[in-house]
Every structure is written in structure tokens, then in C-alpha cells.
Design a protein around this ligand. Structure first.
Ligand SMILES: O=c1[nH]c(=O)n([C@H]2C[C@H](O)[C@@H](COP(=O)(O)O)O2)cc1CO
Ligand SMILES: [Zn+2]
Length: 161
């Protein structure tokens, strides 16, 4: 009897890897974010990345983070976490886990909590001191969502696509 492969990727590497891959679809020149929602039995339910709503052209709407008023990207981008939740076409997300490449903002936290997601695994927390992230953590913790800081395995995964 032959032994099984030993260097297969872990569930965490797989799901965070999918979130990272989703982020690579983002057209945001500054921050690309990806999310992957997973069921309690390790099935991928949905994915998302930050971008403009369907029908709002990436070439017509602005990607500027400095511009004020109607030319700011912040008015138009749908965040990766919200996109992943809205992209889901199944039933309930109750009890699911969301893998995110960046800690979610307060608006995404509300959507995560209300959709019944119970666990959040995040990679970067580069805006940790921003007031919206502090508010996000306050809500997620109060609502009982488990927050797990992803520990990179150190493995490099190369895709020849
Ligand atoms: O939770 C988040 N999820 C998410 O998708 N984003 C997106 C919105 C913007 O397109 C980008 C943030 O842009 P910037 O880093 O230039 O401020 O990341 C931003 C946050 C904020 O934490
Ligand atoms: Zn958000």
C-alpha cells in the first residue's frame, strides 16, 4: 500500500489562498482585498473582492483615493466581504467562516454579523488604528464572532496559469 502525499496544503492555506487569489481580480490600484466564505464542513460557499457594483465600469468610475466629492473611489467600491456575502446564491451563511486578506471595516462587520457568520480569519490588519476598524472589532467581539489572526505557513504557492 502506498502512503498518501505529505505536502498537500492545509485548509487554512487553501481558503486564505483562495481569498488572496480573489483579491488579484481587484482593479483598485492601492489596496486589493479578497474574501472567501466557508461552511462548517470546509466547503467554499462564496468569494468576493473589492470593486464597483455590476454595471459600473472600472474604466468610467474613479479609482482615486485622494480626490474629493464625486471623484473619490470610496463612494463607489463594494468591499470584498460584502461582495462575498451578496454573491452567495445558496441558503443561509449561519455558522460559516470568512477568510479575509484585510481586517473588515465597520460596515462589513455589520453584514458579517447579520448574515450569521461566526468566525473570521484575517491576514493583514494594516488599518488597525483606524476608527472604523476599532468599531468593527468592538461589534464583532460583542456579537460573539471569533477573530483569528492568520499565521502564514511560510509556504510559497506558485500557479502556472
Ligand atoms: O474592509 C475592507 N474591505 C475592502 O474591500 N476594502 C477595500 C475598499 C477599497 O477599494 C480598498 C481600500 O483602499 P485604500 O487602502 O486605498 O484606502 O479596500 C477596504 C476595507 C477597509 O478595511
Ligand atoms: Zn468593509
Amino acid at each position: 500500500m502506498s502512503d498518501k502525499r505529505k505536502d498537500y496544503i492545509s485548509w487554512d492555506e487553501y481558503f486564505m489562498g483562495v481569498a488572496i487569489l480573489a483579491s488579484m481580480r481587484s482593479k483598485d490600484p492601492n489596496t486589493q482585498v479578497g474574501a472567501c466564505i466557508v461552511s462548517q464542513d470546509n466547503k467554499i460557499l462564496s468569494m468576493g473582492y473589492n470593486g464597483f457594483p455590476i454595471g459600473c465600469s472600472d474604466d468610467e468610475f474613479p479609482w482615486s483615493r485622494e480626490a474629493e466629492g464625486l471623484d473619490s473611489k470610496y463612494l463607489y467600491t463594494t468591499h470584498s466581504e460584502l461582495n462575498a456575502i451578496l454573491n452567495y446564491r445558496g441558503g443561509s451563511l449561519e455558522g460559516a467562516t470568512i477568510y479575509v486578506t484585510l481586517f473588515p471595516c465597520n460596515e462589513c462587520a455589520k453584514a458579517i454579523i447579520q448574515s450569521g457568520i461566526k468566525k473570521l480569519v484575517y491576514a493583514s490588519d494594516k488599518y488597525a488604528t483606524a476608527v472604523n476598524v476599532l468599531a468593527s472589532k468592538r461589534m464583532l467581539k460583542t456579537a460573539g464572532v471569533e477573530l483569528i489572526s492568520y499565521q502564514p505557513s511560510g509556504r510559497t504557492i506558485t500557479l502556472n496559469v
